[in-house]
Write a new protein. Structure first.
Length: 168
């Protein structure tokens, strides 16, 4: 990402700690965050602004993150859904209808999230069969979920050791 450009990031998640964690993980020079705790707050923010990056939790108390996709389309450079259930048929269907950049499982790995949000992971063309198959393989492949779980455990262990003064 070019730090000369101001990057606007919309975080829509009903859990304040998740929004805080996302903000901490994604803070970079030039980033400005808008945080919304509900579907309706997210809808209002999307109707009135353009965001370079939109991160939507799919399970909101007053609606679904995927229900914001029609509003976000055309008002967002990159749409990312985070969900504890990335295999949800609603999410898989949305991937075929909207240019979703990624679906991130909760809990998410901070390095994978950073890479995905800031475009360090190759992005396939939107709306192509290749893109749909790629995204489907990311969300439906149990090996991917197992690998992500192992990465999370390794990262947590590394951070714990480092915080205790031990180096690996």
């Amino acid at each position: 990402m070019d730090i000369k450009h101001k990057w606007s990031i919309l975080l829509v998640d009903d859990e304040p700690l998740i929004r805080e964690l996302l903000r901490e993980i994604l803070t970079r020079p030039g980033c400005e965050f808008t945080e919304c705790a509900s579907y309706y707050e997210g809808r209002d923010a999307l109707e009135n602004n353009f965001y370079d990056i939109v991160i939507l939790d799919n399970h909101l108390p007053d609606g679904r993150g995927v229900e914001l996709l029609p509003i976000a389309e055309g008002k967002s450079g990159r749409m990312i859904i985070i969900s504890s259930d990335p295999n949800n048929p609603e999410i898989l269907a949305a991937m075929q209808n909207y240019p979703i950049h990624a679906v991130m499982p909760k809990p998410f790995n901070m390095r994978i999230l950073q890479s995905t949000v800031f475009g360090e992971v190759p992005q396939l063309p939107l709306f192509s069969q290749e893109s749909t198959a790629y995204h489907r393989s990311l969300t439906s492949n149990s090996i991917s979920h197992e690998a992500n779980r192992q990465i999370n455990e390794t990262e947590t262990s590394r951070l714990t050791l480092e915080s205790n003064g031990q180096h690996i």
